[in-house]
Each structure stands twice: as C-alpha cells, then as structure tokens.
Design a protein around this ligand. Sequence first.
Ligand code: NAD
Length: 460
Amino acid sequence: MDLVKQHVTRAREAFDEGITKPRTWRLEQLRALDALLRENENLIAHALKEDLGKHPTETFLTETSLVRAEIKHTIKHLKRWLAPSYVKPSLAVAPATAYTVLEPLGVVLIIAPWNYPLQLVLAPLVGALAAGNAAVIKPSELAPETSRLLASLIPAYLDERAVKVVEGGVPETTALLEQKFDHIFYTGNARVARIVMAAAARNLTPVTLELGGKSPVYVDGSVDVKVTAQRIVWGKFINAGQTCVAPDYVLVSQDVEAELVEQLIAAVQDLYGHDIEHNTHYGRLINDAHFDRIVGLMGPENGRIVVGGEHNKTHKYVGPTVLVDVPHTAPLMSEEIFGPLLPVLPVADEDEAISIITSKEKPLSLYVFSEQKHVRKKFLQDTSSGAVTFGLPIAHLAIPDLPFGGVGESGVGAYHGKRSIEVFSHEKAVVSKPLSPDTLALVYPPFHPKKLGIVRKLLG
Ligand code: NAD
C-alpha cells in the first residue's frame, strides 16, 4: 500500500506548490479531459461493452456525452463562478466591502461505482479540477476494463503531478481512507458510505455521498398511458436497470393498472424486440453475484411475471421483466432492485401512493405521471426525495444547473454544474474596512450611554 501513500503525498505536494490553483491550469485540464473523451471514443465504447454489455450509443448518451456537456458548461462559466461574490455589509461594520471567494480545498478523493464507471469518475473530477484541487481517483474494481482504461488514459492526458489513479478493491480503498484528504466524494451504496463517513470523521474531512435507494413511479389515469409506459421502460431498462435513479417500482392508480401493464409489455417489445438476449441494444449485468441476486428476486414470493423473466448466466443476461401481484412485503419491495425487474403495484389514489413512499427511506428520485395539478402539488409537498420529475424519468441529471444528489438514506450533498465547484471549494468570507473614519470608536470601551444611544439608532 506504499503506492497509495505515495500517490496521495505527490498529489499533496502538487497542491502545496500551487500548480493547481491558476485558472489557466484548470481550463487546460478540462480541455485535456475533453480531448481524452473525444480521442478515445472507441476504446471507451469497447471497455463499457466488456464491463456492462453497453451499446456504443448508450455509452455515448449516458457516459461520455454527459461528462463532455459538464466540461463545456464549466469552461463556459468558470470565470464567472470564480468571481468574488459581493454582499452588503451590515451597518455595524460600515463602511466596508464584504465578499466571498471560492478557494480550492486541497487534495480530494473520488471513489466511484461500477454502474456508470466512466461518468461517475469523471463528472466529479470536472468539478474537483475546475475548483483548483489535486485529485486521487479510485474507479470501481467491478468494472475492470473501464478502470484499467482510465488508469492508462488519465496520466497520458492530465497533469500527472496532480491527478492520480489508484486501481483496486476493498484493500486499496481502505488504504486510501486511512490517508488524510480535504474532501471525499463517494458514489455507491449506503453500507460503504457509512465506512467512508466514519473514516472521514477521523480527520473532520467533509464528504459528499451519492447513494441510491428505491426511486418510485406514480401513474394515474390522467396521462397518455402509452407514452408513459415507454418512458418508464426506457428509464428502467437502460443499462439493464443498473442505474441509481432507475424507476424501482411503479404505483399505479387501480383504474389504469391493466392498461399500464399492457402498455409496459408493448413498450418492452417496441424498444427491445422479441429476441432480447441477442439484442446488442440491451445491456448485461455486471457480474455473477449480481446476476444471482436479481434471479433470486424473481421467485413466486415476488409476484407474477407478465413479460421477461428469461435469463442466461453465461451472458449475465436477464431480460426486461415486469411483475404484477407483488406483495408489499416481497423482497423485491424491501431493497433497491438495481437490475431489470419492475414491480407494478395498484393503489387507490395518490394518497395511498404517498403513504407507501413516505413509509420507506427517502429516495434519490420520484417520478410522477399525472396531469392533475393538485396531485403534482401533493407529491411535491408531502414527500421528500433528491429530485421529483413530472413525466421524465432519469434524465433530470442531464441538466447541469440542477443539483444532483440525495437526501437522507439516498445521499449527502449534491453536484453538477456550479454546485460541483462549490462542493470542492471553501467559500471564504472576506471583509475590507478602511481605518479612517474609525467608526468602531463607537463600540470601544469605555462604554457611555451617549455612544450606546447612537449605536442603538444605527442598528435599529
Ligand atoms: P461498488 O461495489 O463499485 O462500490 C463503490 C466503491 O466503493 C468502489 O470503488 C469500491 O472499491 C468501494 N468499496 C466497496 N466496498 C468497500 C469497503 N468495504 N470499504 C471501502 N470501499 C469499498 O458499487 P456499488 O456500491 O455496488 O454501487 C451501486 C450503488 O451505488 C447503488 O446503491 C446505486 O444506487 C448507487 N449509485 C448512486 C449513484 C448516484 O449518483 N447517486 C450513481 C451510481 C450508483
């Protein structure tokens, strides 16, 4: 584990030497990262195909283009985001100038998961570099081809003094967590998040925890059920359901349950055809352990399969699967599914849906399909989640000016766009007050009722 320590020490030296602070360095790094993505599209597509069976178009849409959009947006706005932000000084200290500046934190650690193994390393890195930090990156060992590729490309494109990649699994992550960082940005599951937060606490290191959970969908009879079904199927089965914001389960008002189920079945066929096992537009599960877990969630105690259910361990293939008659107590309803199984449960109305949703941990996203204003308002007011969308599953994360993050069990903190810069910066308060006139003379001892009278008047 000497290498881990060495990487962190070198990154710290680079930061202390001031290499990462100039805006020109930051912009150079962002442009180099963009070139990395542009010039290696085929290698990236190949790695993602190997790790997750992703189609190159899906890799483009959900990995590279998202990071490139984040880079473009950051380059465009960085100067403005880094400009001092002036505030009105209180009368107590006037005349004075008061403002804040964003300063880099130092050396940050980025720990990424396997499901979007490129995007979830590089999107936080955009913010870390744009904010002027040195960074140590730990890609997921469960997506080995992408991890290897990042470990070879990043030193070739980015400033090797300040950006380090550590490959490996639990021992390497554990060794990293023993080092002192100025921020830890972790994406993954809530169990490991607790390990990360406990390790961070030893050094009072701030953390961002991008986690998951069961993101619900609500559908009522006021919507176009066909389009709704297509959007749900798209959002659910992209990356074979291995998306942190994938629709996890559907609560449907019982008057449209039959129609929705029928349209979900049709949408699976429309989007993926009939021979899905051999369809390269549909992804694969990450490994045998996840395959076994997902297949284990298809037993009769989890309801009745109306489409899908077929699986083949050789290809780590599980077809897009919709289940009905799912008991609320089924294993499928108690853990994040994180795979291509979609339970559909009827509810009387939005109130029952809300009481089911609020009886569980706060989700990362909540998707409401209803044209009724009062229904939308109820979901907004009576539930808590990282995000709420109306009519649009998963794609809210492609809007860089929106915060992307969870609440409660689904995460701590948020990033994307300007918020990424804020995550990886300290907002420093600055005040400048002229020595003359010396208005503070009014508050210096000895105290006097006359002076107090003036101060009281001034402070209102
Ligand atoms: P994972 O198994 O790849 O783990 C993530 C990282 O944690 C890896 O780099 C791994 O090396 C490290 N790790 C694993 N065990 C560890 C331990 N004992 N000690 C220290 N480090 C350890 O990925 P995962 O956790 O299976 O990812 C899936 C989860 O991530 C899901 O819950 C999903 O919802 C969530 N997720 C959230 C987001 C988001 O942006 N909010 C994005 C993707 C995934």
